[in-house]
Design a protein around this ligand. Structure first.
Ligand code: ATP
Length: 312
């Protein structure tokens, strides 16, 4: 379990993380989402004791990071995959980590096997592709068999096979009862991986919700109607009190109704239809709507400063 209470970090004028409070529970994958610059990496760095908060605190299973003892046994993290001593072989890098955290040497071969790097164990990590470096970073995170794992944008730059692999690994780690927090700025990726979502914008909490709830609440659905008699159809629907608009591609988009009801109406009025289908707005659009204010605010602020209006 990870618990944040009023966590705050400032960089000069910028409030990167602004009184953030939420908990990350074990046994599920929690997606940590926000647009670029929302404060995700800063939050993860504070959880891991790499940045000092200006206010509030973060605890991992009840302890702040500096009190964890041998931290690799309590929390594993993938932050920047390329942050490995390039001259070391993959195995030596992991051996060094195991030694300094008093972990048994056999764990090195176990995790290399788990991430599919056994064949590359004696190669210098500096020559690894991004995908291999990501795997090595994940091997390091899993070395101490920790109950809590953090991943910062783990699918960035990976090929489809690598993305599927990471997705399945996270789900397995959560099924094993671990606490898994994974940051991303892609809602579509999280929709396939996360059970729970924490969304931030401008360092503030925007949503802390189950994935299913988020989908139900934010995805707008409508009935698409394709007909050569669009005007007559629009008229019929409007007379029934259905909210309907003409889309740019010539189809009609009807809300507060069902495909069956639209089909019945068309039949009753002898109208030809070529398509009647239920459509859902993408989760990406829902995420953009949710975070739009956070992004717009920043844009508006810049405009105000540019015109000097903030001097008044
Ligand atoms: N070391 C630093 N010095 C100054 N400002 C910083 C520093 N680190 C982060 N920031 C600022 O803090 C804010 C949050 O950045 P952060 O990297 O945490 O966001 P993020 O959500 O991880 O973004 P991204 O998705 O782009 O990685 C940004 O405005 C960023 O410019």
């Amino acid at each position: 379990m990870i618990e944040l209470r009023e966590l705050t970090k400032r960089y000069g004028e910028t409030v990167a993380v602004d009184g953030l409070s939420f908990s990350v529970r074990p046994g599920r994958v929690t997606g940590f989402l926000g647009p670029n610059g929302a404060g995700k990496s800063t939050t993860l760095r504070m959880i891991l004791g790499l940045d000092r908060p200006d206010g509030g605190e973060a605890r991992i299973d009840g302890d702040a990071y500096p009190r964890l003892g041998y931290p690799l046994r309590r929390v594993g993290a993938l932050l920047e995959a390329k942050a490995v001593h390039g001259g070391r072989t993959a195995r030596n890098h992991l051996r060094w980590l195991a030694q300094t955290n008093r972990l048994p040497a056999r764990r090195v071969d176990e995790v290399l096997d788990e991430v599919g790097l056994t064949g590359a164990a004696r190669r210098r990590a500096g020559g690894f592709s991004l995908g291999m470096a990501q795997r090595l970073g994940i091997a390091a995170a899993m070395l101490g068999d920790p109950p809590v794992l953090l991943f910062d944008e783990p699918v960035n730059g990976l090929d489809p096979e690598g993305i599927v692999w990471i997705r399945e690994l996270m789900r397995r780690l959560a099924r094993e009862g671990r606490t898994v927090l994974v940051s991303s700025h892609l809602m579509s990726e999280m929709a396939l991986t996360a059970d729970h979502l924490v969304v931030i914008g401008r360092g503030r909490l925007l949503a802390d919700t189950g994935m299913t709830d988020f989908v139900a609440r934010h995805s707008r659905s409508f009935v698409r109607v394709r007909t050569p008699q669009a005007e007559a159809m629009l008229d019929v629907l409007a007379r029934q009190g259905v909210e309907v608009v003409a889309a740019t591609d010539g189809t009609l988009e009807a809300q507060n109704t069902s495909a069956a009801a639209v089909g019945d109406l068309a039949a009753r009025h002898g109208l030809t239809v070529h398509e009647v289908s239920t459509q859902s707005a993408s989760l990406e659009q829902a995420f953009m709507r949710l975070t739009a204010q956070a992004v717009e605010y920043r844009g508006a602020g810049a405009a105000v400063r540019a015109s000097g209006e903030d001097d008044r």
